[in-house]
Write a protein that binds this ligand. Sequence first.
Ligand code: AMP
Length: 460
Amino acid sequence: MPKKPLAQPKEKEKEEEPKELKIEAKVDDKAPMKKGKTPQLLRGFRDILPDDQPYWDAVHGVGQGLAKSYGYDRIELPLVESADLFARSVGKQTDIVEKEMFMFPDASGVNVVLRPEATASCARAYIEHGMVDRPQPVKMYYEGPMFRYERPQAGRYRQFFQMGFESFGSPDPVVDAEMIILGNVLYNELGLPVVAHVNSLGTPENRTQYKVELVAHYRKHKNETCEDCKRRILKNPLRVLDCKEEGCQPIKESAPQILDFLDEASKEHFMKVLEYLDEMSVPYVLTPHLVRGLDYYAHTVFEFYLADQEEGRRQTALGGGGRYDGLCELLGGRPTPACGFAPGVDRIMSAMKEKGLSGIVRQPQVFLAPLGDAARKKAFPLFERMRKAGIDATQSFGKSALKAQLEAADKAKVRYTLILGQKEVLDGTIIIRDMESGAQETVDNSKVVAILQKKLEKAV
Ligand code: AMP
């Protein structure tokens, strides 16, 4: 039989062959990693330390719980995406794309970025996996790090964490309202009273008319604005309203308001959203110049702030979102109404800490203290037996002396400590020590899990 010729790689695959990587890293004398010194964190990056975990767990726990209750299914999205995805969705003249992307060529020379946000990724996934053919709306939840090369300052990092709720396929204002209501519940459950700043950006036609007036207003103040505003008013006028420069704020405040340019249907959509918020007593304020920095928004936009933020203190949003009906089409998919909300984990955690709130602190019930090598070998399987039986046990097998282990048990505030010495290993027994009374009893090792379960049930 003639041998089939080996399939030739397709042209596209050939192109994607990795080239030899030449790493010519710029050597920065001011960089933290000076020769011989201990490497340090990059500017704008941070470690989420073990002490932060109670807050981390609380925030994600509430986020995940709400995602389940409100019917958002979990999606994991890649950290690295094509640069084109964000240029086309977030917009070329936005701060994020112009200045803040961690972008670099991969080994095949294609420009990739560390994702600056995940709504665009979620829309890409929705299109790529044909989710438009499923019953709508398709609701998805994600969490993870985002990367923006911003100037680091309080509450602003270059790697920060978001949770995200996205709903694709429904134009109904109830979806916009659900995002804001869900946000309000999320912050309140974490002990943070908030106020939602809300606005409507209407349709593309409404914005075209609005932009004419906005440009006229900024032209009048041409000499007072920053260079970015001068450039943006020509290329992408709405983006001047994102400007954070002090000097530009009075011009922004006196600018025309988009709400005056909404058509009847857009006004009605927005009024319905507000009616749902009123019904649920969600605190909100109309914020006429809120445009949210990304090009893909339409109709409702919102941001959450602490309700009791001190006067005069710089406000940082704890999360934000809005409707993005045009996004899927922009990315080559079918026109799909959609809406989303992304709370910022880092800022929520620091607000909780500042308010003296506590996160979720784990409280183990049992400490296992083996004495000597033979006991340690028996301790591992016992520890697993307890874990599988649902007993929250802890240990510090790295410590050997009984005194040190009892101190660790005290610190962990457990109800019982199990002591396993040489003698107990030989007898097949174990000592249960009541940490409150100090009373000890010796029991059969094979029965200790059941005995503990009973004791702990009684103690509840
Ligand atoms: P955005 O994607 O810009 O709408 O951001 C949504 C939320 O993410 C914000 O309200 C913040 O809570 C958080 N966030 C955005 N950028 C940063 C950053 N550089 N550092 C920390 N949190 C951020």
